[in-house]
Design a protein around this ligand. Structure first.
Ligand code: GLN
Length: 231
């Protein structure tokens, strides 16, 4: 039986705070769609996980350098990243939106000329902002986590930030004093990632577990737990 042999433990990096995908709850336990999925997949496939909330960029770097086994952090599957990572099958659709302070008059990219915009280090939102900053004439400042990025906008240091749409929507629902003013850009999907050519068994197990969770209703149960019925 599975319990008779020692289960393999994998160390998985994640973001410090990226609700509803990963965040510390009242008991200081990491929960969220990514966390619940990862644990349910591990259970389904008979392995153990040691979750390390390192921060997004640090988790990506630690996976790339082989210090940890993989990263699940609302990480977008991109062509550039596919050069250094192997991704699981996609498990959630996302895109990048621009958010401004609730009382801001800014409604589009053209209004960013000469202004400061906050992004999170190493994210596709940061890449997107950097790819259009010259065209729209804004300056980019980087933060290591989403909370500090939002705060730079609510305090008025930056006029806008770029964040993943499900995450920004959730933060606003939870009371963050921001509003979304653009349609999602750079649309893509989240995937679990391992270092390219490494941890093939883990990646295969993740994909198998994900398929099982989708079939048996657990995937829907997990997303509904954080997003409600119409997620
Ligand atoms: N989806 C974005 C990316 O992959 C942001 C992830 C995050 O901030 N945790 O870059």
């Amino acid at each position: 039986s599975a319990s008779a042999k020692t289960q393999q433990t994998y160390t998985i990096g994640t973001d410090v705070t990226f609700p509803p995908f990963e965040f510390a709850n009242d008991q200081n336990k990491y929960v969220g769609i990514d966390m619940d999925l990862m644990r349910a997949i591990a259970k389904d496939q008979g392995f153990k996980v040691n979750i390390k909330p390192l921060g997004f960029n640090a988790a990506v770097q630690a996976t790339q350098s082989g210090q940890i086994d993989g990263v699940i952090a609302g990480m977008s599957i991109t062509k550039e990243r596919a050069a250094t990572f192997d991704f699981s099958n996609p498990y959630f659709t996302s895109g990048v939106v621009m958010a401004v302070a609730k009382n801001s008059k800014i409604t589009d990219l053209n209004a960013l000329k000469g202004k400061r915009v906050a992004v999170k280090t190493g994210t596709s939102g940061a890449d997107y902002a950097n790819s259009i900053k010259n065209k729209y004439g804004f300056k980019v400042v980087t933060f290591d986590d989403s909370n500090n990025m939002y705060e730079d906008v609510t305090t008025g240091n930056s006029v806008a930030c770029f964040e993943d749409s499900p995450v920004m929507r959730y933060a606003i629902q939870q009371g963050s004093k921001l509003k979304i003013v653009t349609k999602p850009a750079e649309s893509g999907s989240y995937g679990f990632a391992v270092k390219k050519g490494q941890n093939k068994a883990l990646l295969t197990a993740f994909n198998r577990g994900l398929a099982n969770l989708k079939k048996n209703g657990q995937y829907d149960k997990i997303t509904e737990r954080y997003l409600g019925k119409d997620s």
